[in-house]
Design a protein around this ligand. Structure first.
Ligand code: PGA
Length: 249
């Protein structure tokens, strides 16, 4: 059985005190119900170790990590540091990192491999921009993101990776992919993982949908056979909304 996962990407939101309150609220709501899904939150770096002390049923993720293990890289945070702060997951390849910070598939492959070598599980994001969808290049774009970003991983390593399909035109826009559009791409991704690794690996991997996922549309998205959960931005900043998405399973 594939793991169902709902992960909250807080992005650059909340000050420490608000973040701690939000984490506490998510922990409380998660502990009160036996959820079908694994619940993950990804606060900013500065909150990680404090938030870790407040959660038990909820797992912790970072939003990025360095591509080097240690040394003279001012301003960077290594995978090992994240693990020492209590993180189990790290979001890599988010479209905001790709577009604003020019992170390319080759660099992301380096980050994915380094994170895995330090026992940090990547939530690897892929997805096309609107122009790529409209010109019919969406599958080529996603194929390259996965082929290069996940290059040279062993079967044990790929087994630790979670994929998030986030069409860029749906992120923070209120325009959500239709259930059919999501299923079509998720199926494509699973088939591609089967080709790149093995059918067994592909069947086992969780593929999350992200982009304007809300309590009102989560259920129909998650009802698709290849949609194993969600990576939630805006709606993860309100504990009740986030948990309503978790409860959509
Ligand atoms: P959104 O963001 O839910 O606010 O659209 C999703 C994401 O960027 O992970």
């Amino acid at each position: 059985m594939r793991k169902k996962i709902v992960a909250g990407n807080w992005k650059m939101n909340t000050l420490l005190k608000d973040g701690m309150e939000l984490a506490q609220a998510v922990e409380k709501l998660t502990s009160e119900k036996s959820n079908q899904a694994l619940v993950i939150i990804a606060p900013p770096f500065t909150h990680l170790s404090k938030v870790r002390e407040l959660i038990d049923h909820v797992k912790l993720s970072a939003q990025n990590c360095a591509s080097e293990a240690s040394g003279a890289y001012t301003g960077e945070v290594s995978p090992e540091m994240l693990v020492s702060a209590g993180a189990e997951y790290v979001i890599l390849g988010h479209s905001e990192r790709r577009s604003y910070y020019k992170e390319e598939n080759e660099l992301l492959n380096k980050k994915v491999k380094l994170a895995l070598s330090k026992r940090l599980k990547p939530i690897y994001c892929c997805g096309e921009v609107l122009e790529e969808r409209e010109s019919g290049r969406l599958f080529d774009v996603v194929r390259a993101q996965l082929e290069v970003g996940l290059k040279d991983l062993s079967e044990q390593e790929i087994d630790q990776v979670v994929i998030a399909y986030e069409p860029v035109w749906a992120i923070g826009t209120g325009v959500v992919a239709s259930p059919d559009q999501a299923q079509e791409m998720h199926k494509f991704i699973r088939d591609l993982l089967g080709e790149l690794f093995s059918k067994q690996v592909a069947e086992h991997m969780s593929i999350l949908y992200g982009g304007s996922c809300k309590p009102s549309n989560a259920e129909e998205l998650f009802a698709n056979p290849d949609v194993d959960g969600g990576l939630i931005g805006g709606a993860s900043l309100v504990a009740e909304d986030f948990m309503a998405i978790v409860n959509a399973f």
